[in-house]
Design a protein around this ligand. Sequence first.
Ligand SMILES: CC(C)(COP(=O)(O)OP(=O)(O)OC[C@H]1O[C@@H](n2cnc3c(N)ncnc32)[C@H](O)[C@@H]1OP(=O)(O)O)[C@@H](O)C(=O)NCCC(=O)NCCS
Length: 200
Amino acid sequence: MFRDITRDDVYRIETQRLWLRWPKLTDAPAIANALADRRISDMTSRIPHPYPDEHAEAFIYSTRESNHNGTALGLVITPKQKPNSVIGAISLTSVEDNPKNLVIGYWIAATQWEKGFGSEAAISMVQTGFSLSKAEIIDATVKPENTASKRILAKIGFQEVGRESRFAPARQREEVIDCFRITRVDWRNGGAWSGFGAAA
Ligand SMILES: CC(C)(COP(=O)(O)OP(=O)(O)OC[C@H]1O[C@@H](n2cnc3c(N)ncnc32)[C@H](O)[C@@H]1OP(=O)(O)O)[C@@H](O)C(=O)NCCC(=O)NCCS
């Protein structure tokens, strides 16, 4: 799905205040520490609570493998000034039976919330997805009560396309989620860029 450039672990994205880079093994303690916070796992479908330390290492290995084979792009988020201090993670994953679709997911450590980092990382990742893959659609799923994530998606130009019940592996149960989508056409037409930073 992704071009060769993202399949090498020197690949990174620079934003105004952040680096988005491949995860490495030394990031495991920071990831485990951030994901111990239930406010993060509750809003995602795959992060279990409690979060065992060894899950962070498994996450790093599997992310690097998917990056290498081009089926996904999974990056950790660090401040530009502290490239070894992980404050979040973000991914674009291809969908097996829908080769033109990607799914975006992200989290920011709770100590760093409401500083605009989630928005900054997500906009650059959507830009990357449409620039460096052939994806026509990027999807996101959000818990109905997740106002912060919905705000990020709306600013980028995602449209809400429905509400569903989906299986959440982390909790082994069906959960209600709101589905959001942005198409390459919407992106190209400038919805995302003109909407970002404005009152969406
Ligand atoms: C969602 C998440 C990534 C947002 O990260 P963040 O760095 O705080 O996001 P930003 O600072 O860019 O804020 C985005 C918007 O949400 C708003 N916001 C942030 N936290 C909020 C909260 N708790 N309640 C309501 N709005 C909130 C911000 O004010 C901002 O709105 P604005 O652009 O109109 O000012 C972070 O809260 C998180 O990791 N949550 C748990 C995991 C998760 O929800 N992942 C996404 C799954 S779909």
